[in-house]
Design a protein around this ligand. Structure first.
Ligand SMILES: Cc1ncc(COP(=O)(O)O)c(C=O)c1O
Length: 430
């Protein structure tokens, strides 16, 4: 029987995610009538009996199948904790997933998921560009563990993905091994290049062998969870840096991974053993942030549309990479319309000139803060080539379009007219 606090409909009426964020998966009766869940600052949980403890561990360690209506009990906060469980149930609603897991950072979610699926000798197919931390992981760390990578530039569209798949096939025919996973970031940081997820899934299907199909893992940070639902487009795991829009106030670091129970299971084991879960306090803060997520993401997107329109018409700006403005004949246009529900509020623009001019604009900003990160209530601007992507070799940066003249902006919820006034005066410094 469905628990009343886990019901997602009233009769035939299905409740919206934004409504469910206020109370789903928590009953005040579990905590002395407290409207909000308290923060469970505890490392461990007391069992009613030794038999109960044994039963909880059997499920947590997958030693036997769950009996009908049986749930994993609370054991130890590296394995489970009420604050994380409520949060995970609510994130799963947004991600349209059977299960979600919360991590101590976006990078913890990405690396734990990759460790769960990759084995020495495997090939990793991945898109480029990706966030600088992911870039470092796939370029500099995974090869030391025997992972060979075949990558494609998101800008090259499905043709580029097909070339990477062919390279993987050739590598496997010469060296053995298998494709362990397909990892893509879409929209890509900082170019907003898009990856066709249904095509990534087709490639994954083509590598299915002996019951193993490489999972398609998607970094959904730029649009998730509101404006893009990768699991509906063939992806197996949807990963988000909760530090950004979900946390939304630039005051915490966390990440998540969502998918089917089957695909999440190895990631959960890896999280338990590596200890990459989030802490209860962070879980509580994220749960609170989820209550206003839709309002914040919609407001910042409306602001971004106005800021992008201002920049597009400015004579000191060479290009604006805002997804709404993709030309009709650009190959990303059709992906955008099929896969994304909105352009979001993070995008990059090129100023006339190079690093010096971009730095002059950044240094002249008065309201907009010069900081990396994105998705907060406040507007942030940064210089990807000198900051988040500075360890990508210059030739690679050129190839990927991460130019010295590029500024990335994450529009917050301030009055857009004030942001435009700030940008107008800062662009005067060129
Ligand atoms: C697209 C993307 N993925 C992942 C991350 C890493 O997230 P975290 O800083 O929470 O580890 C970032 C951080 O900027 C990001 O922009």
């Amino acid at each position: 029987m469905q628990k009343p606090y886990k019901q997602r409909s009233i009769g035939d009426h299905e409740l919206s995610p934004e409504t469910l964020m206020m109370g789903y998966a928590y009953s005040p009766s579990l905590s002395e009538g407290s409207l909000k869940p308290p923060v469970f600052h505890t490392s461990t949980f007391v069992f009613q009996s030794a038999e109960e403890g044994k039963a909880f561990f059997e499920l947590a360690y997958g030693l036997r199948e769950k009996e009908e209506a049986e749930e994993i009990g609370l054991i130890y906060s590296r394995i489970n904790n009420p604050n994380l469980e409520v949060l995970e149930d609510r994130l799963a609603v947004w991600d349209k997933a059977e299960q979600s897991l919360v991590f101590s950072s976006g990078m913890a979610a990405i690396s734990t998921s990759l460790w769960a699926y990759l084995r020495p000798g495997d090939v990793l197919i991945h898109s480029e560009p990706v966030y600088g931390g992911s870039e470092y992981l796939v370029h500099n760390i995974l090869p030391d563990f025997g992972i060979h990578r075949c990558c494609f530039n998101a800008e090259e569209g499905v043709a580029g993905m097909d070339v990477a798949a062919e390279q993987a096939r050739k590598y496997i025919s010469e060296n053995g091994g298998r494709v362990g996973a397909i990892f893509v970031e879409t929209p890509a940081n900082p170019t907003n290049g898009l990856v066709d997820l249904s095509h990534a899934r087709m490639i994954s299907d083509s590598f299915e062998k002996d019951g193993h199909r490489p999972p398609v893992m998607v970094d959904n940070t730029f649009l998730g969870p509101l404006f893009q639902t990768p699991l509906e487009h063939g992806a197996d795991l949807s990963i988000t840096s909760l530090t950004k829009y979900v946390g939304g106030h630039s005051d915490l670091i966390a990440g998540s991974c969502s998918g089917s129970a089957e695909k999440i299971a190895p990631v959960q084991v890896m999280r338990t053993i590596l200890g990459t879960m989030a802490d209860p306090q962070t879980g509580w803060m994220l749960m609170r942030s989820l209550e206003t997520l839709k309002l914040r993401m919609e407001a910042s997107t409306e602001g971004a549309k106005k800021v992008a329109a201002f920049l597009r018409d400015h004579d000191k700006v060479d290009a604006v990479w805002f997804l709404d403005d993709l030309p009709g004949d650009h190959s990303d246009r059709v992906i955008f319309e099929r896969q994304c529900k909105s352009a979001g509020s993070t995008f990059s623009f090129e100023v006339k000139g190079g690093e010096a001019e971009a730095f002059r604009v950044l240094n002249a900003l008065k309201i907009i803060k010069l900081a990396v990160s994105l998705g907060g209530t406040e507007t942030l601007a940064s210089h990807p080539a000198a900051m988040t992507h500075s360890d990508v070799p210059p030739a690679e940066r050129d190839r990927l379009g991460i130019k010295d003249s590029l500024i990335r902006i994450s529009v917050g919820v301030e009055n857009p007219a004030d942001l435009i006034a700030d940008l107008a005066q800062a662009l005067e410094s060129i």
